[in-house]
Design a protein around this ligand. Sequence first.
Ligand code: DI6
Ligand code: FE
Length: 401
Amino acid sequence: MDCDRLWHDARLATLAASAPGPGIVEHGVIAARDGRIVHVGAAADAPGFNASETIDCEGRWITPGLIDPHTHLVWGGDRAAEFELRLAGASYEEIARAGGGIVSTMAATRAASEDELLAATLPRLDALIAEGATTVEVKSGYGLSLQGELKQLRVARALGRHRDVGIRATFLGAHALPPEYVGNPDGYIDLVCNEILPAVAAEHLADAVDAFCEGIGFSPAQVRRVFTAAKALGLPVKLHAEQLSNLHGAALAAEFGAISADHLEYLDDDGISAMARSGTVATLLPGAYYFVRETKLPPIEALRAAGVPIALATDCNPGTSPLTSPLLTMNMAATLFRLTVDECLAGVTRNAARALGLEAETGTLEAGKSCDLAIWDIERPAQLVYRMGFNPLHTRVWRGR
Ligand code: DI6
Ligand code: FE
């Protein structure tokens, strides 16, 4: 078999859905051609290879490249002062209602140029990449105006030209109410649906549409309008649902065939059944749970019982999760949410791909998929979840390189 590159003497965690657990293959090989995996499996069963380049992995572990399926990576300014207010006793919701929070980041993001935003964002992206991320979702939602949202999404797209990483951009115009529309949230939703979203779609700046369904965000009726507009433009939807309260957002998302519903601490049984029926991924964000000192756990056992796939993401944002570590995200999911090691691994690979609608493209080590690999200096996969603040990445491969 002809190939460009062949990795051998590796231990594989393929994460293939057809295999039990993380799909372990001892003495494994992976062959790639034109950026795609053309063969993966045990060396003993492999065909003969004619490879341009052969890489001896010396027994290291290979997993799929990691996927961070929920970030707000592009923002201007900083919220460390708000963090100090919270340490002094103010709650996240109090700060938001007092005009801080998301709206303060909006002001700083509007004030920054595209180049400034790009320069502020690249170090955050680099931190994800340094831990083996090969695909990262990036949301808008700090512009909250036509020009502001377009600017943020253009920066998200530019990230993929400045780094070797897959970027999925998500339009989150319905993230918070901008000051111009205080008292008139439906007027802002008109702007989102009738002006911003069509402009975003015309420039192909978004791969999906999201909204923040919450008391301090938008109502289910308003989200429904955004989703209806997204569907009319052929864009898949996802939702920030049940983070701080239960507005039955997950069920609404499922009704629209959402690829994911995210956060979900206050998710109820009806929401779980609806997600199971629609195949909507539950994207859990333990960094936000930790950082806002939430105490209500997402209903992990019920999600498991219903067979809802669970993905994990950093939710990297300046207000509730200034986290740029997929590895620490896994550790938090295990420690705080009691996910197993296998669930954590699937959460940042196979299920994260599904949460982005990329399950045919990446997220597992299988022939036909993009050759996105993370090669680790570890003795067993549990070490990726177990340690805190330690990065055993040896090599990262994106699209075969
Ligand atoms: N939920 C969150 O946790 C972030 N956005 C959202 O809808 C918070 C964003 C921020 O505080 O800046
Ligand atoms: Fe978020």
